[in-house]
Ligand binder design. Sequence first.
Ligand SMILES: C[C@@]1(CC(=O)O)c2cc3[nH]c(cc4nc(cc5[nH]c(cc(n2)[C@H]1CCC(=O)O)[C@@](C)(CC(=O)O)[C@@H]5CCC(=O)O)C(CC(=O)O)=C4CCC(=O)O)c(CCC(=O)O)c3CC(=O)O
Ligand SMILES: NC(=O)C1=CN([C@@H]2O[C@H](COP(=O)(O)OP(=O)(O)OC[C@H]3O[C@@H](n4cnc5c(N)ncnc54)[C@H](O)[C@@H]3O)[C@@H](O)[C@H]2O)C=CC1
Length: 225
Amino acid sequence: MIPLYHDFTGETVLVFGGGAVGSRKASRFADEARVVVASPAFDDQLTDLAEAAPESVELVRAAPDADAVRDWIDRVEPALVVAATDDAALNAAAEAAALDAGALVNRTDVSTADRSGARGARSVVVPATVEDDPVRVALSTGGASPALAKALRERIEAEIDGAGAMAELSGTLRAELKDRGVAPEARREAIRRVVRSEGVWKGLQKGDSYGRKEADSVIEEVLTR
Ligand SMILES: C[C@@]1(CC(=O)O)c2cc3[nH]c(cc4nc(cc5[nH]c(cc(n2)[C@H]1CCC(=O)O)[C@@](C)(CC(=O)O)[C@@H]5CCC(=O)O)C(CC(=O)O)=C4CCC(=O)O)c(CCC(=O)O)c3CC(=O)O
Ligand SMILES: NC(=O)C1=CN([C@@H]2O[C@H](COP(=O)(O)OP(=O)(O)OC[C@H]3O[C@@H](n4cnc5c(N)ncnc54)[C@H](O)[C@@H]3O)[C@@H](O)[C@H]2O)C=CC1
């Protein structure tokens, strides 16, 4: 399986099932999408989430059967359907209906189908993610061990500390070097050095202006060689 990133801004995600798993997925997607959760019951975290962000999370009390699931999908027109009920037959019906409607689908109750070739391209897996905006790491164990995905995610969190600031700084620098008309080879070399420089990483920990100063001297060194 090949990881891709999806932009859910302005899209709707429809979640069937308001338990612990439906709640976790709803919270994840509500960072970007409008989320509709259909379920006969909702756990406390989900109720809190909907109260805190009523504009992005809507809870609808309902217990659709396989036929009704299709009507829900036709009505809500989601970009992604999350099948997170404790009823495997219903999750399977939600998956089939989502694929028929041209939506993406996330089956939360199967991992045996994660091996390459066992899923279609629109049947997606939600990875464990680490973020230091705009940097995002997505991590999957191919469905073999979600608990390991979580444990590795916790380790990587420390590893990418400060990567967001580095992305902003090096992004600004590469644009500036382009504007200054620096030749492509020198520009690439300078940026490659900046993102690997201990001095720049340390400087950024003190503050953006310290990181910038360190980066400027790394760049001058490359350009004056
Ligand atoms: C296939 C997949 C489908 C999908 O949901 O997309 C899936 C399926 C299943 N998970 C199960 C169990 C657990 N899942 C977690 C946690 C997470 N599960 C997530 C993703 C995925 N889970 C996808 C594969 C990802 C990959 O490739 O690694 C994470 C990464 C992302 C997220 O969900 O947000 C999130 C961590 C987020 C974080 O913290 O970073 C924990 C740990 C815990 O709760 O502490 C447990 C209990 C311990 C254990 O069993 O490992 C079960 C068995 C249910 C049962 O026993 O009945 C199934 C079904 C099955 O295996 O059949
Ligand atoms: N992917 C993952 O990370 C994990 C997946 N799972 C799987 O996910 C499933 C759900 O797990 P939990 O949230 O812990 O279970 P849960 O029992 O807490 O929640 C299930 C929810 O589905 C709702 N529901 C039942 N029938 C429904 C219907 N017809 N339409 C809409 N909602 C309906 C219930 O009211 C309940 O809110 C389990 O079957 C389990 O196999 C479990 C743990 C982790």
